[in-house]
Structure formats: structure tokens, C-alpha cells
Design a protein around this ligand. Structure first.
Ligand SMILES: NC(=O)c1ccc[n+]([C@@H]2O[C@H](COP(=O)([O-])OP(=O)(O)OC[C@H]3O[C@@H](n4cnc5c(N)ncnc54)[C@H](OP(=O)(O)O)[C@@H]3O)[C@@H](O)[C@H]2O)c1
Length: 332
């Protein structure tokens, strides 16, 4: 397993001045088991969160992704607490770039500006480098939401604006509106991995490349399936919540369909002396040049150790293509 870091090459996030590592740390897992979506994961202890954050940042990740809805601010607070600790320890990695998100459901664009101070407080007064609209369903139009985001940039409350779960058309519209304020849409955070390729088919990837918008791939390991651990030991499926099983397609029939892909991940893993999960992450951050960055989540420090190792090598074009084909075959 590759865990040591060689220097990680940073890449620009969209057309912003932010330079990010190809992988950032997903912080949904820090929701403390609370709130609408926070119950999805188990309640992690402070010490585990600190270790996960430390290993990830010291291992070469220079950014983190959290959200208001992850425990109603609890993930942001847990992250801030861990960063405070790192700062006290004198760590050189205590100041990552921070991406968080506003939750739009049943709210209007007005709440973007009325809740921003709460976000900043949860983050312990740290600045927000990328503020994202979590998903497209709200009581306001994209135009009013982008106007509010532009207002936050102008007021110095956030540095850049992004969206999440937007379709190609919604993403293009958000970008066009931000341009009227002299800004650009920096990123669209969407589900993307070897077992979930919707954005390759619905025009989102193509439009993102054309407009210079970064794709932030969430659930990059298909919530653990691409590590091969459920193929190896299907009894682990029972330990996973029904909601997660449904969202990730975690059942024996789907596992049988993805088996040839997992086998190929294992063959390449052996060649590079890494793990199948590291191969899956490496594919994501290289197959589309610099367009895709990914945010694996971790609930154990060994996950974080393993995930950062995916930035220490590079699959060659022929291998990226083989995986591409095996991925489409698994999705047929
Ligand atoms: N914008 C959105 O709507 C949206 C939606 C979903 C996620 N996200 C963001 O994306 C991040 C990542 O997505 P995700 O958490 O859904 O999926 P993921 O990163 O694909 O999977 C994370 C889970 O996979 C398992 N895992 C991770 N690394 C592993 C390793 N090296 N070996 C074995 N198992 C490993 C762990 O499961 P166990 O905990 O069961 O061990 C972990 O909790 C989130 O933290 C969040 O920041 C955004």
C-alpha cells in the first residue's frame, strides 16, 4: 500500500486562483450522526476526526469539503476543532483551503446571505474559499442565488462560488449569471466514479471542460465499493444502512456485475503495489486531465492513509482506457 507522499502537484480549481491537490478530504463523515443526512454515518470520536484530518493534510491534501447540512454545522465545527488542535501543535498543515455549502431546500436565496455568518462561526472564523449551492432544489431561481453568491464575494465573506448536483444546463446558467457580476462558476460537485458515470452521458462533463469549470467528484469510491472490500467479504453489506445500500447499489447482484472491474483494479493494484481503491481514485484524477478533483471521505485513519497514497503514482493512458472500458461494461 502506498502511503508516503512525494510532492503532490497542485492544479487550478476552475478559473480561480485556488490551487488544490487532486484529492481533498470529504467531511460528511464528521456529522456526529446528527441531522437529516448526518445519520448516514456512525458518530466519530474527536480523536478519530483529528487523526483523519492530520493524516490527510500532512499526507498532501490541501483542501477540505464540508457542508451546513452535515449535522447542521457539526461537521464544520468538528473540522474547525481539529484544525485548532493542529494549529496548537504547530503543524504546517493547519490551514487548508475550505469548501462548504449552503443547503437550499425550502429556502430562498435571501438565506444565503442571512446564514453566512453562522457558517463562518461554525468554521471558527476561518474564511470560506469555495461556497457551494448544495443542490438545485430551492424556492428561488438560479439567478437570485447567483446574485446572492456574487454579493458574498463582493463583501469578502467568501472567495469563490460553486454549485453541486447541477445539471449541465443549470451549471451553464449559473456560470453565465456569475459572469454578469464579473465572476465565473468555479466548480460543480457531482457524484462521479468508475461505477457512476452519469455526467459523461448527460453533457455535464463536456460543458465543464468547455467552460473551464472543475468537476469535484463526490462518492469517488462509490462509498467503499471500489476498494473491493464488499466483493471480498459480502457479509460486510449487512453492516451498512439500507439507505446507503440503496444509494450505492450495494447488493449481491450489482457486486457480481462489477466483479470484472474490481478484478482489473486488483491486477493494476498489484502492478503498482497499491490497493484497488487507490487505482480507482487515480483513474478519477487523471482520466480527464486536470478537470476532475475528488473528495474521498474516511471514517478510519487507515482509510485516510490509503486514500492520500492515490496521489503518489500515475496510471498510463492505456490503463486509464482499460478501466474506462471495464467501467462501461459494469454499467451496462
Ligand atoms: N454534494 C453532495 O451532494 C455530496 C453527496 C455525497 C458526498 N459528498 C461529499 O463527498 C465526500 C465523499 O463521498 P462519500 O462519503 O459519499 O463516498 P466515498 O468517499 O466514496 O466513500 C466514503 C466511505 O467509503 C469507505 N472508505 C473510504 N476510504 C476507504 C478505504 N481506503 N478503504 C476501505 N473503505 C474506505 C468508508 O466507509 P465506512 O465508513 O463504512 O468504513 C467511507 O466512509 C463526503 O464526505 C462529502 O464531503 C457530497
Amino acid at each position: 500500500m502506498v502511503t508516503e507522499t512525494t510532492a503532490v502537484t497542485l492544479r487550478p480549481l476552475g478559473q480561480s486562483s485556488l490551487s488544490v491537490s487532486p484529492l481533498g478530504l470529504g467531511c460528511w463523515q464528521f456529522s456526529r450522526g446528527s441531522g437529516i443526512v448526518g445519520r448516514y454515518w456512525s458518530n466519530l470520536k474527536d480523536a478519530d476526526i483529528l487523526d483523519i484530518v492530520r493524516v490527510s493534510l500532512e499526507g498532501g491534501m490541501n483542501w477540505v469539503d464540508t457542508a451546513e447540512i452535515y449535522g447542521g454545522g457539526k461537521s464544520e465545527e468538528a473540522l474547525a476543532h481539529a484544525l485548532d488542535q493542529l494549529q496548537q501543535e504547530g503543524s504546517l498543515h493547519a490551514k487548508p483551503l475550505i469548501a462548504t455549502k449552503w443547503w437550499p431546500m425550502l429556502r430562498t436565496a435571501k438565506s444565503i446571505s442571512s446564514t453566512i455568518d453562522e457558517r463562518l462561526t461554525c468554521l471558527g472564523g476561518r474564511s470560506i474559499d469555495l461556497y457551494q449551492i448544495h443542490q438545485p432544489f430551492s424556492l428561488s431561481s438560479i439567478a437570485s442565488e447567483m446574485k446572492a453568491m456574487a454579493g458574498l464575494v463582493k463583501d469578502g465573506k467568501i472567495r469563490y462560488a460553486g454549485v453541486s448536483n447541477y445539471s449541465a444546463q443549470q451549471m451553464v446558467e449559473a456560470h453565465r449569471i456569475l459572469q454578469q457580476y464579473g465572476l465565473t462558476l468555479v466548480s460543480n460537485q457531482v457524484k462521479y466514479n468508475l461505477l457512476h458515470r452519469k455526467i459523461d452521458e448527460n453533457g455535464t462533463m463536456e460543458a465543464a471542460k468547455e467552460l473551464g469549470i472543475s468537476i469535484i467528484a463526490y462518492s469517488p469510491l462509490q462509498q467503499g465499493i471500489l476498494t473491493g472490500r464488499f466483493h471480498k467479504d459480502p457479509s460486510q453489506i449487512r453492516a451498512v444502512s439500507r439507505m446507503r445500500r440503496m444509494q450505492s447499489g450495494l447488493d449481491e447482484k450489482s457486486l457480481a456485475r462489477s466483479k470484472p472491474l474490481i478484478d482489473l483494479l486488483s491486477v493494476l493494484a498489484e502492478k503498482y503495489r497499491v490497493t484497488p481503491g487507490q487505482i480507482a481514485l487515480n483513474w478519477l484524477i487523471h482520466v480527464h486531465g486536470d478537470t476532475v478533483v475528488a473528495i474521498p471521505g474516511a471514517s478510519k485513519v487507515r482509510h485516510a492513509e490509503e486514500n492520500i497514497g492515490a496521489m503518489s503514482f500515475q496510471l498510463v493512458r492505456d490503463e486509464l482506457e482499460q478501466l474506462n472500458e471495464a467501467s462501461w461494461a459494469a454499467l451496462k
